[in-house]
Design a protein around this ligand. Structure first.
Ligand SMILES: C[S@@+](CC[C@H](N)C(=O)[O-])C[C@H]1O[C@@H](n2cnc3c(N)ncnc32)[C@H](O)[C@@H]1O
Length: 425
């Protein structure tokens, strides 16, 4: 397929996403099934067009004075991909897969210079984002509208950064600047394909995991030490469990629990592949955690959240988020925080993480926890940053914890707070 045909397909997929509220990944998969002639390069290019349109949906809609899928995709090709408007219009004339010819009004909109930067986030979330990010909030949201890199965490239980870098040298990986055992494959441009590193022999052998540098950083700041008893209360597929097991050098014990059996399902294979020997999976059963009461040195809550910190990867979710969903997540987080206390031993540490930038899910949530529970003291994670990570603290200092952001740390957005239980009971 040539560019014009790919544009046609992207308009079709984006229409499906916008009108039928389908997740992008699902709509792209359905398009692929219905168009088996399309190659991997076509699919990647179509995906890039759709995701790029959603990342800067508001900017493109403003420039085109239309938020129709066709207007958004044409704007991406000219504004983000740098295709000259005239050449694009000409390419439509001799391609039978091309969309309808570009109109004079569209040409004018495509030639128009960009207006002042718009934040590319829903209006109702702007006060919360501004409260979290202060004067940097617009620049942060611009960074959040960029394509993300592909980050890998080297599994030190099985390999080394040098060995993995060598095994992936065809992709020119770079060392991550903050996480000490991370490698980064920078985001591509235009129609480039994200490398499929999971087919690499090193991945099959458990030498590395795909994990955003932000997630690697908070996994280390969680501070799990060799020999400790750790409960990973919302373990899901085990991204943090695996990272903590490596930090603990397979010593001590991690109990990996999740309330959703299907979210937990991948963890068994991942633990095996990674050579983790100090993790025990605790599936959701009525008494699954009873024997851990008062015994844990550390309880990690990687909380269910709105995922506002991951908008670079899942830009469709930013336009779908509702106040009801936010309220629901806040209520879930509160219940999980309260439930976590039972497993902590006196002197133990409660670590609270979200991949959200919203204060309602972060600092406000921890402040409310303190109001409900006496005998917890905030640990200063800024001070321990240099013990676990490269360079000086670069995140944002927040009440009770700290925030990682695309602009500050070049990562997904994450909040982390660590609370030490000082009371004896
Ligand atoms: C952010 S995800 C966890 C990601 C995972 N820790 C990782 O690093 O791959 C949040 C998880 O919380 C789980 N969850 C939601 N409510 C829960 C509850 N009440 N108790 C335990 N887990 C819960 C969800 O099923 C989901 O898997």
């Amino acid at each position: 397929m040539r560019l014009a045909g790919r544009i046609s397909a992207a308009i079709e997929v984006l229409t499906e996403v916008e009108q039928r509220h389908r997740p992008v990944s699902e709509a792209l998969k359905a398009w692929g099934f219905a168009h088996r002639f399309a190659g991997a390069g076509d699919r990647a290019a179509i995906g890039n067009l759709v995701y790029d349109a959603l990342r800067r949906r508001q900017s493109h809609a403003q420039a085109m004075q239309s938020d129709a899928p066709r207007a958004l995709v044409l704007s991406v090709v000219v504004r983000d991909w740098g295709e000259p408007a005239e050449a694009l219009a000409n390419s439509f004339t001799d391609d039978r897969h091309a969309p309808e010819p570009i109109t004079e009004t569209e040409m004018e909109a495509l030639r128009r210079a960009d207006g002042p930067a718009v934040p590319d986030v829903p209006e109702w979330l702007q006060p919360s984002l501004e409260r979290a990010l202060g004067s940097e909030w617009i620049a942060e949201m611009q960074a959040m509208a960029e394509r993300p890199p592909l980050d890998l965490r080297v599994n030190t239980l099985k390999s080394s950064v040098e060995r993995v870098a060598n095994s992936l040298k065809r992709f020119s990986p770079q060392s991550t600047d903050i996480a000490p055992t991370g490698l980064r494959l920078p985001a591509g441009q235009r129609d480039s394909r994200t490398p499929n590193v999971t087919t690499d022999e090193g991945y099959q052998k458990g030498w590395f995991e795909i994990q955003d540098q932000g997630s690697q950083i908070v996994s280390l700041l969680a501070g799990a030490q060799p020999g400790e008893q750790v409960l990973d209360l919302c373990a899901g597929g085990g991204g943090k469990t695996l990272a903590m097991a490596a930090a603990m050098d397979n010593r001590g014990q991690i109990f990996a629990h999740d309330s959703d059996r299907s979210r937990l399902a991948p963890i068994y294979d991942r633990l095996k592949r990674s050579g983790v020997r100090n993790a025990q999976v605790r599936p959701p059963e009525p008494e699954a955690l009873d024997d851990l009461a008062g015994r844990m040195d550390r309880v990690l809550i990687d909380a269910p959240c709105t995922g506002t910190g991951t908008w670079r990867r899942r830009p469709d979710t930013k336009w779908k988020l509702s106040t009801e969903q936010l309220q629901l997540r806040v209520a879930e987080q509160q219940a999980i925080l309260d439930a976590a206390v039972a497993s902590l031993k006196p002197g133990g540490t409660l670590v609270y993480i979200t991949c959200s930038l919203l204060p309602e899910e972060n600092a406000d949530q921890v402040a409310d926890f303190h109001r409900r529970h006496e005998g917890f003291e905030d640990l200063n994670l800024k001070h321990v940053w240099t013990s676990y990570l490269n360079g000086d603290f670069r995140g944002l200092d927040m009440p009770h914890g700290l925030l990682l952001t695309p602009l500050r740390t070049g990562t997904d957005g994450f909040y982390i707070a660590a609370l030490k239980r000082t009371a004896t009971r």
